[in-house]
Design a protein around this ligand. Structure first.
Ligand SMILES: Cc1cc2nc3c(=O)[nH]c(=O)nc-3n(C[C@H](O)[C@H](O)[C@H](O)COP(=O)(O)O)c2cc1C
Length: 258
C-alpha cells in the first residue's frame, strides 16, 4: 500500500451513517448564546451534566483521531481555591462552580496509535481496510517522530524540503514546537465543544489562558510532554456575568473567497 493509495483510495466499507436533522435556529442560539462569562452565581452543576459536557468535549475531531488531550475537573474546594489563585484570582475562576483544566498531550500519540490498531484488530463486525492499518502503523510514525533532541525531525525537514521540489508533501511534525501546536490544536477544538455543551445545558463558561502554566502543570504533576491548553471555568451566569456586547471585527477582514 503506497502513501498515495492511503490518501486517495476510497475504502470499500460496509458502513453508512445517516446525518440527523439539526434545528438551525437552535444551533444559532447556541453559537450566539455562548459568551465568556466572568461572574457566576453560587449554583452547582450536577455531575450528570458535567459528564455530558465532558462527553461532548471528547467527541471533538482530532488529528489522526489520536485524541491528544486530557481533562481534569477540579473537585475539592481547596484545590479550586488554589487553581483560582493560579488563574490570578480572576473572577471567572474565583466565582466558578467548576474549573476544568484542559491539557494537550504531545506525548501520547504512539500509545494511542497502538490503541487504535488494537481496536481495529478486535473489531469482529468490520474488517479494517489495509490503508487504515498502514496509516496507524506507519504514516503516523513518519508524521510525528522527531527523535532524541529532534534529530529525526531535523533530517525529516530536509527530506521533505527536497520532496517538495518535485511534488506535494505534507510537512508532518519535525520539532517539539510542531508537536505542541499539533496537540494544542485538537485540544482547543475539544475545549470549544465543552463550552458549547455547557451553554446547551443552561450553564456558561469562560476559557482562560491567564494562568501560571508552570504552577498548573506542577499541580497536576504533568510529564514533560503535557501542558495545559486552557482552563475552562463554568457555572450559572450572574446578571453581571457578561462584561459587554460581543465585539467582532468586520467579516471582510477574515473571510476570503478565492
Ligand atoms: C485561548 C483563550 C484564552 C482566554 N483567556 C481568558 C482569560 O484568561 N480571562 C478571561 O476573562 N477571558 C479569557 N478569554 C476569553 C476572551 O476574552 C473572549 O473569548 C473574547 O473576549 C470574546 O468574547 P466572547 O467569548 O464572549 O465571544 C480567552 C479566550 C480564549 C479563546
Amino acid at each position: 500500500m503506497s502513501k498515495d493509495d492511503i490518501f486517495t483510495k476510497i475504502p470499500e466499507l460496509n458502513y453508512t451513517e445517516t446525518a440527523q436533522n439539526i434545528d438551525p435556529n437552535e444551533f444559532e442560539k447556541l453559537i450566539h448564546g455562548r459568551r465568556s462569562v466572568r461572574v457566576y452565581i453560587e449554583e452547582k452543576i450536577s455531575d450528570e451534566i458535567i459528564n455530558k459536557c465532558i462527553d461532548a468535549a471528547l467527541l471533538a475531531p482530532s488529528s489522526s483521531n489520536l485524541q491528544p488531550w486530557e481533562f481534569y475537573r477540579v473537585k475539592s474546594p481547596e484545590k479550586k481555591k488554589e487553581i483560582a489563585k493560579y488563574c490570578l484570582n480572576q473572577p471567572a475562576a474565583r466565582t466558578a462552580s467548576e474549573l476544568i483544566i484542559c491539557v494537550a498531550r504531545r506525548d501520547t500519540w504512539k500509545k494511542h496509535a497502538k490503541q487504535m490498531l488494537e481496536l481495529f484488530e478486535s473489531d469482529k463486525e468490520q474488517e479494517t481496510p489495509s490503508s487504515v492499518i498502514s496509516y496507524y502503523s506507519k504514516l503516523v510514525y513518519l508524521a510525528n517522530t522527531i527523535g532524541p533532541c529532534g534529530i529525526v525531525g531535523f533530517f525529516k525537514k530536509i527530506l521533505i524540503a527536497f520532496k517538495r521540489l518535485s511534488g506535494v508533501m505534507p510537512g508532518g511534525n519535525s520539532s517539539v514546537s510542531d508537536m505542541r501546536v499539533w496537540a494544542h490544536k485538537s485540544t482547543a477544538l475539544a475545549c470549544e465543544n465543552l463550552m458549547l455543551a455547557f451553554r446547551a445545558y443552561g450553564y456558561d463558561s469562560c476559557p482562560m489562558e491567564g494562568f501560571d502554566e508552570s504552577k498548573v502543570n506542577k499541580f497536576l504533576n504533568l510529564p514533560k510532554g503535557a501542558e495545559a491548553t486552557m482552563i475552562i471555568s463554568a457555572g450559572k451566569r450572574a446578571d453581571n456575568g457578561v462584561y459587554g456586547q460581543r465585539v467582532r471585527f468586520p467579516k471582510e477582514q477574515f473571510y476570503f473567497e478565492i
